[in-house]
Write a protein of this length. Structure first.
Ligand code: ATP
Ligand code: MG
Length: 357
């Protein structure tokens, strides 16, 4: 077995973020032992707590400090009294941009034995076949700073916000989605709204279709965002890979995570597919101050994110073993409270580590 080693930047962050990152790091260590992979973890206190004490989420040379790391594992940032815009613009967006993390990846699966709105609607304990991935464009599109307010306070007041889509921006995220689908079930659904948004969305459709031509083995379907949202609720097993712009992808990924069950399970990756810069993996949930410090946090969102990190680094088999171990625990009834069990964060992590060893 060839031994490989990685340097991982850990940013536990605030609230339950700091409670779920250590379990995820422990799971990486354990799976690493079995596969000849070693991890060096460097921990950074970048957070809203730091902002409160030092006036900045991270030091000014923060980006350069972790530029050479192989990946970043983030817990969650956010705290009462600190506006979301501070954590977003003071940490998350600078990292995404500096490290060209132009793909936001959100896998969606419904695990057996986990309550979700779908199982409730069907009065079932399992829902088969829900296994899809949302590929969200992560750096351009609707979330631009171009625009402004005019005639403030007057009857003629206006606000204008400009969405910016570029050919390379659309083409590289579409390329990633098609590549991913080729290794899965070979289907890409592209989210559009070309009937209402008449400049950017037809352009999006055009570039996505061009990329599709280079991938004859993958089928492309474009669906309007409204119909697509409804279908995620009514027919979630129909999807394989969904590719969407920044705004549409943002909305669809929260919808899909809610449909799949607890927000405590959902993982995400901010990827630099070329691996020129570190990619960043984080659970979808926030700092959840209401349950912080009480051993109630479900660590699966962070653990699954760590598994995505392994897959990104080229260790798919090890990543799959982590998910299989989680699935087996769920089936055995070992779950945290948010998904209908009684285990605390510590107990769940202990049981998972036992299963991996
Ligand atoms: P933030 O301000 O950082 O976004 P938040 O209060 O919005 O934090 P979220 O993480 O978005 O919290 O979650 C909303 C609720 O879902 C939480 O208040 C919590 O009760 C529950 N929750 C979130 N994550 C988990 C988890 N990992 N385990 C258990 N429950 C969770
Ligand atoms: Mg929140």
């Amino acid at each position: 077995m060839t031994r490989v080693g990685y340097r991982i930047a850990l940013i536990p962050g605030d609230g339950i973020g700091a409670e779920v990152v250590p379990p995820a790091a422990a799971v990486l260590q354990a799976i690493g032992h079995r596969h000849g992979i070693t991890f060096d973890f460097d921990e950074f206190d970048w957070s809203c707590q730091r902002y409160v004490h030092e006036g900045a989420m991270m030091p000014t040379d923060g980006i350069d400090t972790i530029r050479g790391h192989d990946a970043i594992l983030l817990g969650a940032v956010g705290w009462q009294g600190v506006p979301d815009s501070i954590s977003l613009w003071g940490l998350l967006i600078p990292l995404r941009r500096a490290f060209h993390q132009y793909v936001n990846l959100r896998p969606i699966m419904v695990f057996d034995g986990v309550r979700s709105p779908l199982t409730a609607a069907k009065d079932a304990t399992r829902v088969d076949g829900v296994d899809f991935v949302i590929v969200r464009e992560n750096v351009e599109g609707e979330y631009s700073e171009i625009g402004g307010r005019m005639n403030r306070g007057l009857a003629s007041e206006q606000a204008i916000q400009t969405a910016v889509f570029t050919r390379p921006g659309i083409s590289r995220v579409a390329e990633y989605a098609f590549g991913l689908a080729a290794g899965r079930r070979g289907r890409v659904t592209s989210a559009t709204k070309s009937n209402g948004i008449v400049h950017t969305m037809p352009f999006w459709d055009e570039v996505v279709s061009e990329v599709a031509e280079d991938h004859p083995g993958v089928a492309l379907r474009s669906e309007h965002i409204d119909a697509l949202a409804a279908k995620i609720v009514l027919e979630p097993a129909a999807f394989d890979v969904i590719v969407a712009s920044n705004l549409f992808g943002d909305v669809l990924s929260d919808l899909a995570a809610a449909v799949a069950g607890s927000i405590g399970i959902a993982p995400s990756g901010n990827l630099n597919p070329e691996r020129e810069f570190p990619s960043m993996f984080e659970p979808v949930h926030g700092s959840a101050p209401d349950i912080a410090g009480r051993d109630l946090a479900n660590p699966v969102g962070a653990i699954w994110s760590a598994a995505m990190m392994l897959e990104h680094l080229g260790h798919r088999e090890a990543a799959t073993e982590i998910l299989d171990a989680v699935r087996a625990l769920f089936v055995d009834g070992i779950r945290t409270r948010d998904i209908g069990g009684s285990a605390g964060t510590a107990e769940f992590t202990r049981e998972l580590l036992k299963r991996i060893d």
